[in-house]
Write a protein that binds this ligand. Sequence first.
Ligand SMILES: [Zn+2]
Length: 237
Amino acid sequence: MTRTRTPLKIVPPPADAPAASATQRIVDSITNAIAERRLMPGTKLSEQKIGDIFKVSRTVVRQAFNQLSRDRLVMLEPARGAFVATPTAEEARDVFEVRSILETAVTKQLCAVITDAQIRELRAHLELERAAVNNAAVPGRTRLLGDFHIVLAQMLGNQVLVQMLGELMTRSSLVALMRQSTQSAEESHDEHVAIVDAFERRDTRAAVRLIGRHLANVQHNLDLDPQRVDLANVLDH
Ligand SMILES: [Zn+2]
């Protein structure tokens, strides 16, 4: 299975990577921790502590925070410092609304052109999801369930779409973090299977209905429960 790398699949470079990439290393590590629900919204991000963890200056950490702030993943508050963003309920609705519009279009288009090979690729992805769900490996499971949506967009071959959806996925992971998930990963996986079944039947109406219902379920099954974490434990470094 070959596919291009998305923002959700960034792996931190080796520790001996050049200093120029230190900012990116911190950005990637924090983004991963958010996407994999290791870092909860509202968590304070200490410049000093992150500088120590990554063995870089506070200037480098501040550059990383600025980039994360532009991505709306981190809030910078004067005199208080940096925090993992806590999107409002309204923002959460907006993110899911845009996902729904985009992913409905993706599903409709893809159902018209999907090949048997692509269906096999989706089935292979579903097997990985299933294994991760069975293992209760939460970070991998979260990532694979999110990647399913990216893979659908990638199959249309539109890189702008893939990039936009990748950003929305990161932001909806953050939204999901803010309301600790009560949704079962199992349920999401089963809904993915039903969507692929509809693709296999080339049943566009069913596929569109199922993706809409799936996104509504994911959005509905969110709950609020911020928690305190030790940055040294959750950031890859
Ligand atoms: Zn899903």
